[in-house]
Structure formats: C-alpha cells, structure tokens
Design a protein around this ligand. Structure first.
Ligand code: TYD
Length: 141
C-alpha cells in the first residue's frame, strides 16, 4: 500500500454570461485526476452523519452542487472541518483521509468524482486501523 493523504480546497473557475453559470472539468486542464466514477448523495436527513472511513488509494473531488454539507477530515495528524456550500468550490480528498459528512441541508446534493471504480477493498472502515496506518506513516520519517 502506498500511503498518501492530502486535502485541498479548490475554487473552480467559472464560465458565466447573461444566461447563467457553467463550471467545466477537464482531464489535464483542471482535474487533479481522471475520474472513473461519479456518484451523488441526496435526500440525506439533516441529522445523519455518514462516511466514517478513509481510502487507501482513492482520490475524490466532493462538490455540493446544491445546498450545503460539512466535511470533517482527519489526515496526517491534522483535524479540520470544511463547509461545502457552493457549486463553485470543491474538496479534494486523496488517499488516507478519515472523513465524516454531516449537517446536510435538506436541498443538499453532494456530487463526487472518484478516481476509480467502487472497490470495498480500498476502504478503511475501522478508525483504529486508520490511526495505525497514519502512525506508521508519521513515524517513518
Ligand atoms: P458507503 O460507502 O457505505 O457510504 P458512506 O459514504 O456513508 O460511507 O456506501 C453506501 C452503499 O452504497 C454501500 O452499500 C456501497 C454502495 N456504493 C456503491 O455501490 N457504489 C459507490 O460508488 C458507492 C460510493 C457506494
């Protein structure tokens, strides 16, 4: 397993005119990876918390294309909360980032571009296992 963990907030460049706005993503231009999968979460109850996992290798770009959601992240010994509340910004999660999504607004559509197809073997769903991988990495310097 290659240990990689990174989180980036990205402000998208917007194409707009009198008709409205458009945000394009192109491999090799402004996409941090070539997506192989797209999925979205909608109709999530405002009291629900989901996620509670990290990925060994997967990269994902999260976008609240409608409404808002909070993403709590933990990686490389850091903890940070992000608010996605605009279709003009995204959160890039690369590899071993423990993440929890909550505070979904009733109109939230959380769109996700992923670097690979769904693979349960890429998930780390146990928090203690995540901390073990993270500690091994942080102690390797
Ligand atoms: P899961 O990853 O458990 O959701 P969470 O984001 O809360 O951790 O996924 C929920 C269900 O959907 C689970 O049965 C797996 C399935 N699923 C797919 O089939 N394909 C996908 O791309 C994703 C993300 C989930």
């Amino acid at each position: 397993m290659i240990y990689e963990a990174n989180v980036d907030e990205i402000d998208f460049s917007i194409k707009g005119d009198a008709r409205g706005y458009l945000v394009p993503f192109e491999d090799g231009v402004n996409m941090p990876f070539a997506p192989k999968r797209f999925y979205y979460l909608y109709g999530t109850d405002t009291e629900i918390q989901r996620g509670f996992h990290a990925h060994k290798e997967l990269k994902q770009l999260l976008i609240a294309t409608s409404g808002s959601v909070r993403i709590q992240c933990e990686w490389n010994g850091l903890k940070k909360k992000f608010l996605l509340d605009s279709p003009t910004k995204g959160l890039l999660l690369e590899g071993m980032v423990w993440h929890v999504m909550d505070k979904f607004s009733p109109d939230c559509i959380l769109s996700v571009l992923a670097s690979d197809i769904y693979n349960e073997a890429d998930y780390v769903r146990n928090y203690d296992d995540f901390k073990k991988y993270e500690a091994e990495y942080l102690n390797s310097f």
